[in-house]
Design a protein around this ligand. Sequence first.
Ligand code: NAD
Length: 321
Amino acid sequence: MRSVLITGGAGFIGSHLGQRLLAAGDRVRVLDNLDAFYDVALKRRNLAELAAAGGDRFEFLEGDIRDADACRRAVAGADTVVHLAALAGVRPSIQDPVRYMDVNVTGTQVLLQQIEARATRFVFGSSSSVYGGNTKVPFAEADPVDRPVSPYAASKKAGEVQCFTWHHLHGNRVTCLRFFTVYGPRQRPEMAIHQFARHITDGTELPFFGDGSSRRDYTYVDDIVQGIEAAMRCERPYAIYNLGGAATTSLAEMVHQLERALGKPAKKKQLPDQPGDVPITFADVSLAEQELGYRCTTPLAEGIQKFCRWYLEQKRAGVVR
Ligand SMILES: NC(=O)c1ccc[n+]([C@@H]2O[C@H](COP(=O)([O-])OP(=O)(O)OC[C@H]3O[C@@H](n4cnc5c(N)ncnc54)[C@H](O)[C@@H]3O)[C@@H](O)[C@H]2O)c1
């Protein structure tokens, strides 16, 4: 039985990972400060589901990754740390860059400093945003990532570098995973698919940035979780992998798929491109396929159907707006 610490485990991706690990018989501890970036009731619900699934194999520590004592307690006895706690989101990071750097960069460093056992593996949740305005597609791990275009992206690139230095000095195995736009049940309410589903369902105006031609590589959360679990077994001393859907979909097509799944047309409100947004993300996942056995198995149409089913159920139950 593994003992896994998931930082940020009350959130979207972390709670899915926790569920998968508990189902596999592992012990799971979550360190999360229940940050108010979005409705904390959603995070408490995620934790309640983890507690129900894990019984005494699950433990929740409410605490901040910038607090060394909280991190020391959280890492004690863990053979693997999956570090997902962060302030996420490109646009809000432009409004509050200092806070993003504080949580994502200082917080990562404080956490790393508290890991004493050389045997403890570390998996870092990085982001496709490190590729910035890269126009060479698909994005491969060896591509230059020196020009991130938002403080959030810069903080994720910094995290990968911090992880390397820590690995170099202490010898622990580290795997950094660049997630490409993750979606599915429990998705953060401010993310496009969730936000757009709300607008379509409520019949309110949907903010449609640019001409709809910007393209994203969307990844269903179960595929990401499978990739994280594979990375927890990775034997390379330090490695970076893309985890994506390996296909791109235009904004216009994504909205169309939501309209189909929800059975209602969207009222689009045309807005200019946003600063910090990139024209395309597209993952080359061949390295993750070869070395981790990663497989992206959920096509967007199927994943959107699953998301919409979850969204409508939660809306009826009054859990999401
Ligand atoms: N969702 C995506 O599409 C996506 C894409 C690329 C990378 N990522 C990265 O994956 C990770 C998880 O993302 P998510 O979408 O599940 O976000 P999320 O916001 O649902 O989860 C992050 C969790 O971290 C917690 N947290 C924030 N600040 C903290 C602090 N100071 N101390 C302790 N906990 C703190 C939050 O309360 C939250 O529960 C993040 O690191 C994010 O940057 C996500």
